[in-house]
Write a protein that binds this ligand. Structure first.
Ligand code: TXA
Ligand code: MG
Length: 326
């Protein structure tokens, strides 16, 4: 299969939408990371997403819609979730909600849990694709299962060239980390995955509500947070101020001797945006040059730094329920 690279244009959005209608796979840009898209109402197309990613069928997929109205056709909203959606959509928030019985969503999307993960993205090209297609689009992050996410079309191409029909290009992912996943389970709000929206931003919006971070929602049998994720092929050490002589060092803030830096000025937004690209670049250096592994400097554990550290800990295979619940 020849994977088409489609720069954003009305004609190419139409081409991408036609491929989806025919049951094909199209990678798409979002403000967080690239996604690997298929028609959410077509179970065969959804199966292909699991296959090309090498993703276990027990790990459900996010469904992208264009607005709250389209979301309400698929799921039941409680008051808190509705308020969160109104405030944070379009944007990097994913809500886990009870699926409507007659939603027509392919069964294999939700791991048959009765709950669906919904998100309205902020990327203009992708919103136009959803509008042109007229139906919900499933989209896990566009990377091989367990590996580093993609923030450029070239990252997607390096994982899926010849395996998917097309990659719709757009603004490179401006935020660079996945969405925050929330589930309201009366009386508390659970954070199932830390992401671009921080706990502080959520508590400012939703006051007087207990918010807890949890690897697994009480009602959710299979969140992907349990799986190893974001990992380079090369050995990765985190929280390192120094490297051993053959490591590629990715620094943060002022640091001498680092090959790369997440953000020289110590800006967490910039670090989030650079994270996956630098991990991929360093991983390729270990494959092609005389390096033995990757070391990453400590990143402050505040605000967006909590989400960055969550990704780094998983990438290094170090996550545990204890470290997630901070
Ligand atoms: O920013 C994002 O969220 C990106 C872009 C492309 O939208 N997508 C993304 O998808 O990160 P993925 O598949 O890499 O991560 C989705 C997470 C997984 O941990 C999965 O287990 C969880 O969402 N999830 C999806 N559907 C769920 C459901 N019905 N119940 C519980 N967890 C769910
Ligand atoms: Mg992912």
């Amino acid at each position: 299969m020849n994977t088409l690279l489609l720069p954003p244009s009305a004609g190419n959005i139409f081409t991408a939408s036609r491929i989806l209608t025919q049951g094909g796979l199209v990678a798409f840009p979002t403000e967080t990371v690239y996604g690997l898209g298929a028609d959410a109402l077509n179970p065969q197309a959804v199966t292909k997403v699991f296959e090309v990613k090498g993703r276990p069928a027990s790990n459900p997929l996010i469904v992208h819609i264009k607005d709250i109205n389209m979301a309400s056709e698929l799921a039941h909203f409680d008051e808190v979730s509705y308020e969160l959606a109104e405030h944070f959509w379009p944007g990097p928030l994913t809500l886990i909600l009870p699926l409507r019985e007659h939603s027509k969503i392919a069964e294999n999307i939700t791991a048959k849990s009765g709950y669906v993960a919904l998100r309205v993205p902020q990327n203009q090209t992708f919103i136009e694709l959803i509008e042109s297609f007229g139906r919900p689009i499933v989209g896990p992050s566009a990377n091989l299962s367990g590996k580093i996410s993609s923030t450029t079309a070239l990252h997607v191409l390096s994982d899926f060239d010849g395996k998917i029909d097309a990659i719709l290009e757009g603004d490179n992912c401006l935020m660079g980390l996945e969405s925050t996943i929330l589930m309201y389970d009366d009386p508390k709000l659970q954070i199932l995955r830390l992401g671009c929206i921080t706990k502080d931003e959520i508590s400012t919006k939703i006051q007087d509500l207990a918010i807890e971070a949890s690897l697994e929602g009480d009602k959710i049998p299979t969140p992907g947070s349990k799986f190893r994720h974001y990992s380079p092929d090369a050995p990765l050490r985190i929280n390192c101020n120094e490297k051993s002589n053959k490591e590629v060092l990715i620094g943060f803030g002022e640091l001498k001797g680092a090959e790369f830096n997440l953000s020289i000025s110590g800006d967490l937004d910039e670090a989030a945006k650079n994270l996956y690209n630098l991990l991929r670049t360093a991983d390729n250096m270990v494959k092609s040059q005389d390096y033995s592994g990757i070391a990453v400097s400590p990143v402050p554990n505040i605000g967006l730094g909590l989400s960055i550290n969550d990704r780094l800990e998983r990438a290094a295979g170090k996550i545990s329920a204890k470290s997630f619940i901070k």
